[in-house]
Design a protein. Structure first.
Length: 245
């Protein structure tokens, strides 16, 4: 950071906890082994696609973690903010930034992931992650964001005041994201149930339909859960877990 100015860059400064790297790997390897075993125990017609699919998922997961740790960063200048993600970068001029907020990570992420993340909001109510501006890389991301907003205030033609129309769009985004997160959880639960049902049908000698039971049904269930929850929470908006400077 420059002396008394806004220039700063956030990148990986601390190594992530070992659990962050081991847990996804163990889950993927276990899924790969279990799928391979089921494929070998059967006639090979139902689960032949399992091992290569999980091998691809394992490779993509490892690549994503590596890119996130070594390529992703957030750069702040007098012209604006640039968030360099694992693959692409986005830049906002200060006049395009509505707010910068520190928010609690979704429940279920556990201690193997940052607990407080920082997001940039534009005037359409959309939010974007500011990489490495979190409680893993900073002792107090809330204090850092408060200082950043104070330093950037002279560079903006607008103040940091809240606008009701933008806040309404932000709240709508909170509802939509929460609905899809819980819809995904529901789809995962259905997938586990369908896996048990499909294995039971195979053991019992009944026709099995792995693609229908373990792809079509869970995906359809996720969409249905998300739509229902979105409508429910739209009438009862959840409180946004944000810490605002």
């Amino acid at each position: 950071m420059d002396e008394g100015g806004v220039e700063r860059e956030y990148r990986r400064r601390r190594k992530p906890p070992l659990a962050y790297l081991l847990l996804p790997g163990l889950l993927m390897v276990n899924a790969f082994i279990q799928t391979s075993r089921v494929s070998r125990d059967g006639d090979g017609s139902g689960f032949w696609w399992g091992p290569p699919v999980f091998a691809l998922l394992m490779a993509l997961t490892i690549a994503r973690i590596a890119l996130e740790q070594f390529r992703a960063r957030t750069r702040v200048t007098a012209a604006g903010i640039t968030a360099q993600g694992p693959l692409r970068a986005r830049t906002w001029a200060w006049s395009e930034v509505y707010d910068i907020r520190v928010e609690q990570a979704p429940r279920g992420s556990g201690r193997a992931a940052p607990q407080w993340l920082t997001y940039l909001y534009d005037f359409e109510g959309r939010r974007f992650l500011l990489w490495h501006l979190n409680d893993w890389q900073l002792d107090d991301p809330y204090a850092e964001v408060a200082e950043l907003c104070l330093a950037a205030a002279p560079l903006r033609s607008l103040t940091w005041e809240r606008r009701p129309d933008v806040e309404e769009r932000i709240q709508r985004g909170v509802v939509r994201r929460r609905a899809w997160v819980w819809g995904t959880y529901g789809g995962i639960a259905v997938f586990v149930l369908m896996l048990v049902v499909d294995i039971w049908r195979a053991v019992a000698g009944r026709p099995d339909h792995p693609f229908l039971l373990m792809v079509c049904v869970p995906v359809a269930s996720s969409v249905v859960f998300a739509v229902v929850l979105d409508r429910y929470w739209s009438a009862r908006p959840p409180r946004s877990p944000a810490r605002q400077p």
